[in-house]
Design a protein around this ligand. Structure first.
Ligand SMILES: [Fe+2]
Ligand SMILES: [Fe+2]
Length: 382
């Protein structure tokens, strides 16, 4: 795999030498005016180091009394809340809602990309896309497992999704019309996901934070493969470049909407920030994403579909046109281009897979019974 990656990276044209450095390539983006080590992946590595160091520290939270005092002391000390720790009901409910929605998004998000596995333009592209879609299944698995530590079963979470009581990210209700959409999804959708998820590596709930560290490392590959697909198309024939531009035009605003409603309308933010589940506001994260993409688009040779996008030296950030939040709310309400199709496909796959779940349960029960039964050597001594 390492060899394949290096071939892909080295095949990038030399006129875009920044592609392969920590400056604007993939999610290694770092502000050139900042010291090295301030990219998103560096933040993931910092969060992992911090997690290990905090675990080793005794903050005396155990002396702070039971229940809410202990919880507050752990959160204040930036230590992790673990499944057996006391936690407020609202904290548990918020995490179940957020983590389940995240898990559902990983699973439903496989559909628009799987649409192109059979039509990928080469064996190499097919193998890369297959690996990426399988990664998303793995992300769903980690996140369902992490959500189960809060006392809810995966079956129950599936029922809530299928019953329309829990959501998944609205972005996956848009169609993938051309091969270039796979590039745009990797660059923009996985890119937005990483910007959202890197701060979650420092989330106060241990199982979620640990899952996010691993997921962010894998998302890095996803964003790079999308960037590389678009880069190849943008430097190909005029038709290929037009196809890449069309995909970016269609995916830009839905990607901006992935950060949720503006801060003024965000219902869950203040409490989530106080509990250290969320670290930055929706608008702060959206701005960070815009700043990252504006520079990367230049390297790609593509244009972001926003005539008002320009650097604002006073703010030290790009001014941009926000997404259409009314459209976002419509898609969340179930009226996006592919909502019904996605749920129908998911329901059919769930029903088709019933025999696999039954067989796996029967096999597990048989193994458990065998393990509990006396071994032949024990029998001979009876
Ligand atoms: Fe993922
Ligand atoms: Fe991904």
């Amino acid at each position: 795999m390492a060899d394949t990656t290096s071939v892909v990276l080295h095949s990038l044209p030399t006129d875009s030498h920044h592609c392969n450095t920590g400056r604007v390539y993939g999610n290694d983006f770092a502000d050139p005016d900042q010291p090295p080590g301030s990219g998103l992946l560096d933040e993931v590595a910092d969060a992992e180091r911090e997690l290990r160091a905090r675990n080793a520290q005794d903050v005396g939270a155990g002396d702070a009394g039971a229940g809410s005092d202990y919880f507050a002391a752990l959160v204040a000390a930036d230590q992790k809340i673990e499944p057996r720790d006391w936690m407020p009901d609202g904290y548990r409910a918020t995490l179940i809602r957020q983590m389940a929605q995240h898990a559902h998004s990983e699973i439903i998000g496989m559909q628009p990309e799987a649409n192109w596995i059979t039509r990928a333009p080469s064996l190499k592209r097919k193998a890369i896309l297959l690996a990426k879609v399988q990664d998303e299944a793995g992300h769903g698995l980690y996140l369902y497992a992490a959500t189960e530590t809060l006392g809810v079963s995966r079956d129950a979470l599936y029922e809530l999704l299928l019953g329309g009581k829990q959501k998944y990210s609205s972005i996956f209700n848009y169609p993938t019309l051309t091969w270039a959409d796979i590039g745009a999804i990797g660059w923009l959708v996985d890119g937005a996901a990483i910007v959202n998820q890197v701060p979650l590596c420092r989330c106060s709930y241990g199982p979620y934070a640990r899952a996010m560290i691993r997921i962010c490392k894998e998302e890095s590959f996803h964003q790079r493969q999308g960037f590389e697909i678009l880069h190849t198309l943008a430097h190909g024939t005029p038709q290929q470049k037009a196809m890449a531009q069309d995909a970016v035009d269609r995916w830009w605003y839905p990607s901006l909407a992935m950060f949720g409603p503006p801060d003024t309308d965000s219902t869950h933010s203040a409490q989530s920030m106080a509990w250290k589940i969320k670290r930055f506001s929706n608008d702060d994260l959206r701005q960070r994403f815009v700043d990252m993409c504006a520079q990367q688009a230049t390297v790609l040779g593509l244009t972001l579909p926003d005539p008002d996008l320009r650097w604002n030296p006073e703010r030290g950030a790009y001014d941009y046109t926000p997404p259409d939040y009314a459209e976002l709310m419509e898609v969340i309400r179930g009226n996006g281009p592919c909502n019904r199709q996605r749920m129908a496909h998911h329901r059919a796959a769930h029903e088709d897979g019933a025999w696999v779940r039954e067989a796996a349960s029967a096999y597990a029960a048989k193994r458990a019974a065998r393990a509990a039964a006396p071994q032949p050597s024990e029998l001979t001594h009876v």
